[in-house]
Design a protein around this ligand. Structure first.
Ligand code: SF4
Length: 248
């Protein structure tokens, strides 16, 4: 069960970390890039088709010192000299995580790393978004049962052109139509024919599911019929290792 921020504020001198690992980015515009992932533990958003429900719980048992985060990253970096970090979750933008995330970003930016943050799309956090190299910003679709915030996508386009992507998990036609409507809304708001960022659609591939080529084919056809506003990028790691393996 998800705990609230209030119940975990006593452990905020530590960072709640689910895992730190090296992997090849499996989705979005950086697909295929080697990255060190720092996955925060704790999310209170509750997407119905979340593929990382194990990261929801806020619990002090996941708390580690900042120095421990650095030493785990260093151990990986010594073996794989990759200078890209992706901070993910969970919800790394949750107020409980933010101080720790800012410390990590500041540390690795000074060391010349490229830092990406995976943002749930529920809030824009200028003090963090100004500090990272890139923001991967979700627009939630109806199948997640969380209301997508198209106003925030339009805001991102004004404030961070060229420094962010939008990612949307699409399960069915209703999801696609909703994303397309949000896309048109952003074009209207910005008064442009082409949005100044990539909007990636991730065909839904949930834990426990069989891979459905038909779902992806359907989404590609819908995109084609609308003039191709989106990039349809599947989750490569799930095709390779199946939808249930973690940290790959
Ligand atoms: S924001 Fe991410 S971690 Fe949180 S419930 Fe949604 S998909 Fe899962």
């Amino acid at each position: 069960m998800t705990k609230t921020y209030d119940t975990c504020c006593t452990i905020m001198d530590k960072l709640l970390i689910n895992s730190i690992y090296m992997a090849c980015e499996g989705e979005g515009v950086f697909i295929g890039s080697s990255q060190i992932f720092i996955r925060f533990q704790g999310c209170s958003i509750g997407c119905a088709n979340c593929d990382s429900m194990d990261t929801w719980e806020f619990d002090s048992k996941y708390g580690i010192e900042f120095s421990e985060v650095l030493s785990r990253v260093e151990k990986i970096h010594n073996e794989f000299p990759v200078k890209r970090i992706s901070i993910t979750g969970g919800d790394p933008l949750h107020p409980a995580h933010l101080p720790g995330v800012l410390k990590i970003v500041s540390h690795y930016k000074k060391k010349g790393f490229f830092v990406n943050i995976e943002a749930s799309g529920m809030r824009v956090v200028p003090e963090l978004f100004d500090a990272v190299d890139f923001v991967s910003f979700d627009y939630k679709t109806p199948s997640t049962k969380v209301r997508g915030k198209k106003e925030l996508v339009a805001q991102m386009a004004v404030k961070y052109p060229g420094r962010f992507q939008v990612k949307s998990v699409v399960a069915d036609v209703a999801d696609f139509m909703d994303v397309n409507e949000a896309f048109e809304y952003c074009r209207d708001q910005l008064k442009v024919s082409r949005l100044p960022f990539d909007w990636c659609i991730t065909p839904c591939y949930c834990p426990g599911e069989e891979f459905s080529p038909a779902r992806t084919e359907r989404i590609i056809s819908l995109n084609d019929a609308c003039g191709g506003p989106f990039r349809i990028i599947g989750q490569q790691h799930k095709y390779l290792y199946g939808p249930d393996r973690r940290n790959i």
